[in-house]
Design a protein. Structure first.
Length: 302
């Protein structure tokens, strides 16, 4: 692979702009027989908390037209397992690593960030769509002042660049991006899933036990592209775009809208080769267009 796909995100140079969306790729183990993990720009891990989380009751996944709903509930084995098992595996595969962090309180986030401070990882992605138990269950990412506060707390302890993952379930996504930028974020990623619901008409009940779930897949892409464009034009920090990316053309849309990197999520479930195919497609694109570097098209649509 040539260096024409290399991008700089918050001071870190990645070989290409393609990573995985947290929660859709595990920590790479499940996909390593399909994809050369070292070929990816980075592997973004499943969200990790300070202690193991059991997740929500089943059923917790349902198909929808052009997408899916999930209410996994951020089930994860906790930071101890990530450090002992997952990080060494990814390092052995020569993968660049972005660790996604989740928590139910400011203290939870800070504890995980501190535990990761001496680990050989490239970035932290902070999932602020988690419910803040101390604020009655409202997500950290739904109030600007709360988002700024958690960003500032994490940045005080983080040794790696910090990406704040924004929720689309807000009135003004640009306002949220500005809040985390004010809190010291090195970058933002978006979009997380949109809240949705499906009814099982045969059983006359909710399709998933949690009643609502996060909607992802191709159906959310137009919303995601719009929000990435808004945020990229509202803040000075780089944007990691995601939401319904299936192929190279989808990835190019996000880059042209202003994203510096992109993450592939739901597509991994039906095409485990998706990330690798998109990287190959971007390589073909820059060659065909005669670009010196893929960054020449970032934010080209105004």
């Amino acid at each position: 692979m040539s260096d024409r796909l290399a991008v700089n995100f918050a001071g870190i140079t990645f070989d290409n702009p393609v990573t995985t969306a947290s929660g859709t790729f595990g920590s790479g183990m499940e996909y390593s027989e399909f994809v050369d993990l070292g070929k990816l720009g980075a592997v973004t891990t499943k969200g990790v908390a300070n202690v193991p989380w059991p997740g929500n009751p089943v059923p917790r996944i349902a198909e929808t037209h052009a997408g899916m709903l999930n209410a996994i509930g951020l089930q994860n084995p906790g930071i101890d397992t990530l450090i002992r098992r997952d990080l060494p595996f990814l390092q052995e595969k020569n993968a660049r690593i972005i660790v996604n962090v989740c928590g139910r309180s400011k203290e939870d986030y800070v504890e995980v960030v501190e535990r990761l401070s001496e680990e050989d990882i490239d970035m932290l992605e902070i999932n602020i769509s988690c419910p803040n138990v101390k604020a009655g269950g409202i997500a950290f990412g739904q109030k600007p002042e709360m988002a700024e506060e958690i960003t500032r707390a994490v940045k005080e302890k983080a040794k790696q660049p910090v990406i704040m993952k924004l929720s689309p379930n807000v009135t003004d996504i640009a306002e949220m991006a500005k809040a985390v930028e004010a809190g010291g974020a090195d970058g933002v990623s978006l979009i997380n899933t949109l809240t949705g619901m499906k009814i099982d008409v045969k059983r006359k009940t909710f399709a998933i036990a949690n009643q609502t779930g996060g909607m992802s897949g191709p159906c959310v892409k137009p919303v995601a592209v719009r929000m990435v464009y808004q945020v990229a034009n509202a803040v000075k920090i780089p944007v990691l775009g995601m939401g319904g990316i299936q192929n190279t053309e989808d990835a190019l849309e996000f880059l042209m809208a202003g994203a510096t990197m992109v993450a592939v999520g739901t597509a991994n479930f039906f095409n485990p080769y998706a990330t690798s195919e998109i990287i190959d497609g971007l390589e073909t694109y820059v060659e065909k267009e005669g670009l010196t570097n893929i960054s020449e098209i970032i934010g080209c649509v105004r």
